[in-house]
Design a protein around this ligand. Sequence first.
Ligand code: G
Ligand code: G
Ligand code: MN
Ligand code: NA
Length: 249
Amino acid sequence: RRIETGLSQAIARDELSMVYQPIVTGARHEIVGFEALLRWQTEDHGPISPAVFVPIAEETNLIHELGDWVLERSLAALATWPGQYVSVNFSPRQFRRPHFVDDIAQKVAAAGIAPERVQIEITETAIFDDADRAAETLDRLRALGFRIALDDFGTGYSSLYNIRTFALDVLKIDRSFIDGMPRERESMAIVRSIIHLAQSLGLGVIAEGVETRAQVDLLRVAGASHLQGYHFSRPVTPEAALDLAHRRW
Ligand code: G
Ligand code: G
Ligand code: MN
Ligand code: NA
């Protein structure tokens, strides 16, 4: 409850900020995009993780105000980069909101940005409830040129069903699987299988949470098209992201 009150004032108090984490190619480690990640620095309790406050915002209408702010910031940052895309997280309630497609299309157009430079990250939870409606929303987004990434892939209830049913561009392999590399035989096998499956279906993959050189090497052998994680860069300020975008592109 205290979090809810604080959050409702966070924008006005200038306590929110965005950070951006590079997504690089598997082969040459060139930065092709950045994931936009929200941060909240409170006066009284220090930083609070979006893993904590986004679910609370989801229970109220705050998620929409927050989401609008995130998108606006992300598009402004994108406009300064030389060619990379921005990958924005949308929570299930945002995704299911009426006019979600029209809304995002309008904002992106107003910013003068090509939809091809915007990747929409949703989780399997967002498409779980109402498959028909989710399929229609995804089809419309893709028809407009947006890319769709399925976040935390492999942790949902019906991951295989989902990739058969929905129009997607990219699978983001959940970092819990990467974390198990190279220790666990099971994680290794699952990561290889997801990459193979993605290749067969013409989907991109982003391996999330890549932290070590050993993981980079294994993922290269496995054929992962894209990588993201602390090994390359932590999420950084817009200024630092702009720097990276120019330096490494
Ligand atoms: O960046 P970090 O690891 O702290 O993120 C924790 C969780 O919060 C992740 O699941 C991430 O997807 C989510 N998250 C981060 N930023 C946003 C955002 O702008 N919108 C939504 N809906 N979720 C976000
Ligand atoms: O759920 P989602 O995939 O959107 O969450 C992304 C979160 O993962 C971000 O909060 C980001 O800070 C975090 N993250 C990114 N790279 C790494 C990494 O290499 N290791 C760990 N532990 N977390 C990471
Ligand atoms: Mn994400
Ligand atoms: Na994830």
